[in-house]
Design a protein around this ligand. Structure first.
Ligand SMILES: [Zn+2]
Length: 261
């Protein structure tokens, strides 16, 4: 074993010894979060480890009076880590902070148009992801709700962390850095075709089973289909099979294979 490898193993064992998410907290997360409940026990075990490392590497802070406990931190860490379960935490390198508000937060953005004019917009958001900066979340929009709201395919934590993956190559264009086995042209063709089909479907007054927010931009499209990939894999596979297959290749997991789905 090389020294660097030995050191890495030693460091990991030490973090796990001191920082592993406590058993009762982890059990609650598994029970409350359906995308985690349906993983095999072996995958849940790997996810608990990865989420513990995630919490060791990132700082989760409350804003506007929000107080966070171990359970809340674990709910966020577990879902963020689910996206990279077979990719690794390196995919979240280069930034450390996650800010949590009690409820939807108001942001005011300035944007300069081609003519050099600044436009300001104020909106209430449930989540936001910055390129090299923090992920911002509203607890009200991400807290597990056992009796309602599940089954629609929406998941703000998965959405914002999917943006982080997209932003890895510096641009929010709906295409994260692909593995060498994945032809970028194929991805681009599959996503562009699906995006335009959904756009024209909605333009003609039809309803969509996938959150119509997807057509805001290619970046939002990738974030929304990532939510559905984990939350409603059957639906996404039925509606957009080519996109589903690209996501299986990118995330290196196939939620349709999970035991209880
Ligand atoms: Zn978004």
């Amino acid at each position: 074993m090389r020294l660097t490898e030995w050191l890495q193993r030693w460091w990991r064992a030490r973090v796990l010894l001191k920082k592993r998410i406590a058993e009762p907290v982890w059990r609650r997360v598994v029970a409350d979060v359906p995308v985690i409940a349906r993983l095999s026990s072996a995958d849940q075990h790997r996810l608990r480890k990865l989420s513990s490392f995630f919490l060791h590497q990132k700082v989760i802070v409350g804003a506007a009076g929000m107080e966070l406990d171990e359970y809340m931190r674990a709910v966020i860490a577990a879902q963020a880590s689910l996206l990279v379960l077979n990719l690794g935490l390196e995919y979240y390198a280069g930034w450390v902070e996650i800010i949590v508000y009690p409820d939807a937060f108001i942001v005011s953005h300035g944007q300069q148009d081609d003519a050099g004019v600044m436009h300001h917009s104020r909106r209430a958001l449930s989540g936001e992801a910055w390129g090299r900066g923090p992920v911002i979340l509203s607890w009200e929009d991400i807290r597990p709700k056992p009796y309602a709201a599940h089954g629609h395919g929406l998941n703000v934590v998965l959405h914002e962390f999917a943006h982080k993956l997209d932003l890895l190559d510096g641009s929010a264009n709906g295409m994260p850095p692909l593995h060498s086995s994945m032809p970028p042209q194929q991805w681009s063709d599959d996503f562009t075709r699906a995006y335009h089909r959904m756009l024209s479907h909605l333009d003609h007054g039809h309803r969509s089973r996938i959150d119509p927010y997807a057509i805001e931009s290619p970046a939002e499209f990738f974030a929304v289909v990532s939510e559905f990939f984990f939350e409603k894999p059957e639906l996404l596979q039925e509606e957009l099979p080519a996109v589903y297959a690209e996501l299986v290749a990118f995330y290196r997991q196939d939620p349709l294979q999970y035991s209880a789905s």
